[in-house]
Design a protein around this ligand. Sequence first.
Ligand code: SAM
Length: 254
Amino acid sequence: MKHLAKKRFGQNFLTDQSVIQSLVDAIAPLPNDVMVEIGPGLGALTQPLLKKLPTLHVVEIDRDIIAWMQNTYAANTIHIHHADVLKFDFNTIGPRIRVVGNLPYNISSPILFHLLDNVGGIIDMHFMLQKEVVERMVAQPSTAAYGRLSVMLQYHLQMEYLITVPPEAFNPAPKVESAFVRCVPHATLPFIAKDTALFAKIVMAAFGQRRKTLRNTLKGLLDDAGFAHLNIDSQLRAENLSVAQFVTITNFLA
Ligand code: SAM
């Protein structure tokens, strides 16, 4: 169909067939999978996925695309959810789902955080994102890319950087490079925060001003005696702490 890409919905449609094939290979759909695609757009991933799956759920916000999908796909193959993914309750689809998508880059971090609310029901997730965001997701401590996103996601997920994808694989071409990532919820959490809201608060405070020492950023939360007790140097910065150390601080304060 003739469709003008809408910038406000982050529409950069995948067009490179060999890239699309490698994404589908990485997803490796199996016929019994209950799969949800976020932002199906004009079907670049939807159509090859439907060759491997008898049915597929899709969550799409753009009413023009919804109308096009209703005319294009057989009703029994695709379950169309006309919704804002940030408000969509993934639990309504099933207890054990797989999630995929070439995400709208403008809201990719909020989507990832929203999915963490449903993480118990997710088998795995495969996403195309801005490369820089994927680098932040998988980053290790004491690197420039390591930050709040790394800690909050790595607490729940095991992640794997899979494929780098150049702008030319899309139409219109985004201004940035992209990357495909696999996220699998930990079977059992490696470190358990007694209070996840407090964990989130501490991580947020520590990275709020990432150039400042922990002594400064955690002032009011953790005093010198606390740092000494935990054997954490208060002169370090948030980017030097592992997920385990953020959990240790949380459980000390909880
Ligand atoms: N999957 C298609 C592809 O790879 O060519 C389209 C990907 S495009 C980067 C992002 C898609 O997400 C678009 O179809 C867009 O309309 C949709 N989208 C944007 N914001 C959304 C939202 N808040 N909720 C659901 N879908 C959204």
